[in-house]
Design a protein around this ligand. Structure first.
Ligand code: PEP
Ligand code: MG
Length: 759
């Protein structure tokens, strides 16, 4: 049963046409349960009714026409109760409604299960039978499990678009909603980009769905062979040397009995197609790499290349050598920070990512670059968006596909209003960040992307509170050398000469990966991340520290910050390595010049909750603390910052988060340790005001938020903020905090700044 269930769900989620997929779905379920009728209804939440979308057993011409109110009939009852309803004779049930057009007179037995996604009923699955009987436990369990699995695929707004179409409402095309993003509006053509297939990123897994997997593999192998023939044909017209032989070698290898048979054997052992391929390719690569003959050793590369091409076809990814339009909205399953860095110079207007949420690194980078973004769009037919026109609203996280003229005009007005507002707050840009009663704070910027850096030098910042060094590590094929890093860091330090620049040591892992250093883990945010990696690889850490210190020579504004610290041992170890790098440089390089090398300040990020209880121990070891509220929130609330399913639980204004932030501020004051914050909370006017009241002296934020935050600070009194904070800290739930802060900002005359458009 499990195999059948998996096959049904897999087929459904891979289909590109919803109506066909639903028809196939109902007949598969009907067969699996050997029953006489299976139907699927989808919810139209605007009209408050379920529409019969497909059935195998009910009248065909009722599809898309017959609807049942949310509180009507047995289907409505399943939706209202949010649980399965299993009855022997439906027609005798008090809620039964006779709908002659569906022709269900002969069916007595009825089992209906709701399809629920994130607490919302998306539809109802029903099975019916002529014989009056209660469906047995196994049948009920099957339908419940299937509904739960279908929910994710169905959550796609493709379904909503389809419902609208059934009712002749075709005016505005589809409207997709995300759960997070970066503010701003973009209007333009969408380009869908698929990641390049890479065997090294595959985590092997078994499915026991061997028949399906064999079909997938054989199909991919035939397509790959056909591609090789086409490629060599095309190239023959241009070159005529031996380099074309490589395609023959690939083809032969792919057609050879050994290679194919080994992959097939692994599939029959239960591995899924991509895992089987990875296992066989890895084995060949190992064998070739161990050979003495250099020519043969190099063939390991060819095997990997062949493996990736096959994987590409297994994953059904089209070749992407496409020409980009001058300006475009980038759409991808998972827009990574690396992709953002890769496309930002090429006319990128905005991004749409199917995965991720508001505090994913991609969203943070998008904010830093002022690129409107929508993250976590629950949509499975992503290919259909390619080359379509869209409006991306990064304030409301909405994407309008093929928008009508009226909507385009409306958004052009919003763009104009946005520009006007930016002009207003820009007036404060070069004024001090002081409240009306003269309480001053430092506003610093978060940086790390070389593009956009010039802009950030001129926004009135008091320095750089967080330089994310991992970004320059991303868009490359190997680790940058010490001299490359030195040049880069020197540019940053020199452009802020006389102002502090806090550089964070490499913080990869979690949702930030390097293409040349893949890390595959079940729980990446709880895994090998930040300082854990660099302490395990002192060769990477030392090169980076040396580069920072060399870059700082003669400028002297560098501070080094350690990410993801969870123990004092890590701090000791990191300081030992920093001292070693300092010693090496002073003896090797700088002693002859008669100069002394500047010793940078060393600080730690407070982002792992456990370390909050060791702030006193830390105070004795380091020069400053900087709170990473993005990770601190994720770890305090145990909510993956990148997971769209739990995005609504991730909230900086959760009382536990606010109280932890307040506690950190008190402890730092007690121990006289300079304190800053560099998470996204400081970007928000509401967050910034609360942090100032807690005693945070340095707020680091995206360059694009700085003027806005400064403007707000200059319009309030510190003593009003401390009163607001006292009240906020007594509240017990997140919603209360939001409403209270909303009220207070309105009272302070800052109503505009609680509106989503300005946050
Ligand atoms: C944080 O966690 O708040 C932080 C600033 O670091 P990052 O977002 O890069 O993990
Ligand atoms: Mg962090």
């Amino acid at each position: 049963m499990l195999t059948i269930l998996r096959r049904i769900v897999l087929e459904f989620s891979q289909a590109s046409e919803l109506d066909q997929a639903l028809l196939r779905l109902v007949s598969q379920i009907k067969d699996a349960l050997s029953t006489q009728c299976c139907s699927v209804y989808l919810a139209d939440h605007q009209k408050q009714h379920f529409i019969l979308m497909a059935s195998n057993g009910l009248a065909t011409n009722a599809f898309g026409r017959t609807s049942v109110g949310f509180t009507e009939g047995l289907v409505g009852l399943v939706g209202q109760r949010e649980e399965p309803i299993n009855i022997a004779n439906a027609q005798q049930h008090p809620d039964f409604i006779h709908a002659p057009e569906v022709e269900e007179e002969n069916f007595k037995a009825f089992l209906g299960t709701p399809i629920i996604h994130q607490r919302k009923v998306l539809g109802i699955l029903t099975v019916q039978q002529e014989q009056a009987r209660v469906f047995n436990e196994n049948e009920e369990a099957f339908l419940v499990t299937l509904s739960a699995q279908l929910a994710t695929a169905l959550a796609s707004v493709e379904a909503q678009g389809m419902i609208e179409l059934c009712h002749g409402n075709q005016s505005l095309g589809k409207n997709l909603i995300g759960i997070g993003g970066a503010p701003g509006v973009a209007i333009g053509e969408m380009i869908v980009v698929h990641p390049k297939a890479d065997l090294s990123t595959i985590a092997v897994d078994k499915t026991y769905d061997s028949q399906q997997q064999l079909i997938i593999f054989n199909d991919a192998a035939s397509r790959t062979i056909a591609e090789f023939s086409q490629m060599s044909e095309k190239l023959k017209a241009i070159i005529s040397d031996n380099s074309l032989d490589i395609f023959d070698v690939y083809k032969q290898l792919l057609e050879s009995d050994n290679f194919k048979a080994e992959v097939i054997a692994k599939i029959t052992q239960g591995w899924n197609a991509q895992s089987a391929l990875k296992l066989v390719v890895d084995h060949y690569v190992m064998k070739f790499e161990a050979l003495d003959d250099e020519y043969l050793r190099e063939r390991a590369y060819d095997i990997k290349d062949l493996g990736n091409r096959l994987l590409n076809n297994i994953q059904n990814l089209a070749e992407q050598d496409q020409k980009l339009p001058e300006q475009f909205i980038l759409v991808a399953e998972d827009v990574s920070a690396t992709m953002l860095a890769e496309y930002q110079h090429l006319g990128l207007l905005g991004i749409v990512s199917i995965t991720g949420s508001n505090n994913s690194h991609t969203a943070i980078l998008a904010k830093a670059l002022n690129i409107p973004a929508i993250m976590g769009v629950d949509y499975f037919a992503i290919r259909q968006l390619h080359k379509k026109h869209a409006i991306l609203d990064g304030y409301a996280y909405q994407l309008y596909v093929n928008p009508g003229e009226a909507l385009i005009n409306e958004y052009q007005h919003i763009l104009a209003a946005e520009n006007l507002l930016n002009l207003q707050v820009k007036e404060a840009e070069h004024l001090p960040a002081s409240t009306k009663d003269a309480h001053s704070v430092s506003l610093l910027i978060n940086a790390g992307l070389s593009a956009g850096f010039e802009y950030s030098q001129n926004v009135g910042a008091d320095g750089v509170g967080l330089y994310r060094t991992e970004i320059p590590f991303m868009n490359r094929s190997c680790f940058p050398s010490e001299s490359e890093q030195t040049v880069l860091y020197r540019q940053v330090l020199a452009s802020f000469e006389g102002k502090p620049v806090t550089m964070r040591t490499l913080d990869v892992g979690g949702d930030k990966s390097l293409p040349y250093f893949p890390i595959i883990e079940a729980n990446p945010f709880l895994g090998w991340r930040g300082i854990r990696i660099t302490l395990d690889h002192p060769e990477i850490f030392l090169v980076q520290i040396r580069a920072m210190m060399k870059a700082n020579h003669g400028i002297g504004n560098l501070a080094i910050m350690l990410p993801m610290i969870s123990s004092i041992t890590e701090v000791d170890e990191a300081i030992r390595l920093i001292n070693q790098a300092y010693f090496e440089l002073t003896t090797e390089l700088f002693c002859e010049e008669g100069h002394t090398l500047e010793r940078p300040k060393i600080g730690v990020m407070i982002e792992v909750p456990g370390i909050i209880f060791q702030l006193e121990d830390l105070a004795a070891k380091v020069d400053f603390f900087s709170v990473g509220s993005n990770d601190l929130t994720q770890y305090l609330l145990a909510v993956d910052r990148n997971n769209s399913r739990v995005a609504s639980l991730y909230d900086f204004y959760h009382p536990a988060v606010l109280r932890a932030l307040n506690y950190i501020a008190q402890k730092s004051q007690e121990k006289s340790v300079p304190l800053s914050i560099c998470g996204e909370l400081a970007n928000e006017p509401t967050g910034a005001l609360l942090l100032i009241a807690m005693g945070y002296e340095n707020l680091s934020m995206s360059a694009h938020s700085l003027a806005k935050v400064k403007w707000v600070i200059r319009h309030v009194k510190y003593h009003e903020l401390t009163q607001i904070l006292t009240q906020v800290l007594s509240l017990t739930n997140t919603q209360e905090v939001h409403s209270y802060m909303h009220e207070q900002l309105v009272k302070l005359g800052l109503g505009d700044f609680v509106h989503a458009r300005l946050q």
